[in-house]
Design a protein around this ligand. Structure first.
Ligand SMILES: [Zn+2]
Length: 117
């Protein structure tokens, strides 16, 4: 079995039973160790024991992380907008009762345009 230490920079300061190691007067809070089940297909939580440690890491290293793959221009996905009219209902309150009143509604659908690739 492969193990990683949690990469959360504050992991070893969290006061939980699961982090206590040592004996007698030599006890410490230690970084959590994580079992890695499939090293060939790494999962983000193979490196972080929880979301809090993941976000601590992101905050600490955000400049370096963004430098790996900076986005300097917006990306675009070509789409088609389809508008269809269809019959719908709304409810009106009158004469002490709810009434279903039909009306024509417009449904807008965004379709990813694969022909325009
Ligand atoms: Zn952790």
């Amino acid at each position: 079995m492969t193990y990683n230490w949690c990469h959360g920079p504050e992991c070893h300061t969290q006061q939980t039973q699961s982090r206590i190691r040592g004996s007698g007067d030599n006890k410490v809070l230690r970084t959590r160790r994580i079992k890695v089940y499939q090293p060939q297909t790494p999962h983000i939580y193979d490196f972080f024991c929880n979301q809090s440690c993941l976000m601590d890491f992101m905050r600490t290293h955000i400049t370096s992380i963004i430098a790996i793959a900076p986005r300097r221009e917006a990306l675009e996905t070509p789409i088609k907008i389809e508008k269809e009219k269809h019959e719908s209902y709304r409810y009106e309150w009158s004469n002490d009762e709810h009434r279903r009143v039909p009306y024509i509604s417009t449904r807008t659908t965004i379709r990813v345009d694969n022909d325009n690739g």
